[in-house]
Structures are given as C-alpha cells and as structure tokens.
Write a protein that binds this ligand. Structure first.
Ligand SMILES: [Zn+2]
Length: 182
C-alpha cells in the first residue's frame, strides 16, 4: 500500500479556513452553511488532516467531476488520493495556491460572511482603503464609499449589498498608494 504522505503542518483547519472551503463549495451548490456546519467540517478536517490549499482544490476537483452534494468525506478522500500520487516533498513544486494565501481566505470569508451575516472586520472613516477606488470587479466602490457587491441571482438580483471590511485588492491598492507616497 502506498504511504500516506501528509505535509508536516497538516493538522486540520481553523474556523476561518473552513469557511473559505465552504465558500468554495457554495459557488457550486448554493449551500448556506451555519456555525454547526463549520464545527462539523472543522472536526472532519482534523481527522483527515487537511490543509487549506488541498481542501479548496478538492472542492473544485469534486465538482469538476461529480454531481454528488459535497461532504467532508469527499474532501478527505480526494486529499488522500492526491497525496498518494504527489511527488515527494523535495520534488514538490511550489503550490499554485500557497498554504497561507491569506488574501484568498479573506476574500472568500468576506463574501460568504456578507451573505450569511458572519462577523467581519469593522471599518472606520480613517481606513486607508477609503482613499482609493476598489478594483474588485463586482464592487468598484468609489473613494469614501464602503465595499460591497451587487447580487446577480435570486429575488434580490441587482441590489447592492455592502460588506463589512474591504476587498483584499482594495487593501492592496491602498497599501501600494501609501508605499508610493512613503
Ligand atoms: Zn470593494
């Protein structure tokens, strides 16, 4: 039997990371996960020793090839299978989705949180993000305007929904602007 090579840091995911994984699944199945789902998936991630990059990849792979409603067991199976066929760590190339990928996590959590009412970062009028236009294509908030997005589906399609916090690309733009002026 092939050895099961889990990365050294594979010990399961945090709640925020689980939300990012569920946000990826939402893109396909429109699930509306709550706190109980997050807790259940977090436990499954610990049993299966997921990493964030592997779990998100597993979600996309699942829905690229299957129509079954995604369950944690699907993710664990795919991660195990991927690790069995993965090159040894020394040969492994840099992952296309870096394990940390805080920007992607924040973006996904902001979007899912806006839909489900999860707590997010609070904003103040002095945030540097407000000095730049948001580059996010579904937002494009002007200066001094909060970030948000326009609903594209459902009974409320076309309505604008603000998010608490900012799109990561706007944060990046604000940091870039500050760096340019430093
Ligand atoms: Zn924005």
């Amino acid at each position: 039997m092939p050895s099961y090579r889990a990365p050294a840091d594979a010990a399961g995911l945090t709640d925020e990371q689980i939300r990012a994984v569920l946000a990826a699944a939402m893109g396909y199945d429109n699930r509306r996960p709550g706190d109980l789902n997050v807790a259940a998936w977090r436990e499954a991630s610990q049993v299966g020793r997921w990493t964030l990059g592997e779990a998100v990849e597993a979600v996309h792979q699942h829905y690229a090839t299957q129509t079954d409603f995604l369950m944690p067991g699907h993710v664990t199976q795919r991660i195990k299978a991927a690790r069995r066929t993965a090159p040894l760590p020394a040969e492994r190339q840099l992952p296309t989705a870096p394990p940390a990928e805080p920007e992607r996590v924040r973006a996904a959590v902001a979007e899912i949180g806006a839909r489900l009412g999860w707590p997010e970062r609070n904003t103040t009028a002095s945030d540097p993000e407000l000095s730049v236009v948001c580059p996010h294509e579904r937002c494009r908030a002007g200066k001094h305007r909060p970030c948000g997005y326009r609903l594209t589906r459902g009974a409320h399609a076309g309505e604008w929904r603000p998010i608490r916090g900012y799109h990561p690309s706007r944060t990046k733009a604000a940091q870039q602007k500050e760096a340019d002026h430093a």
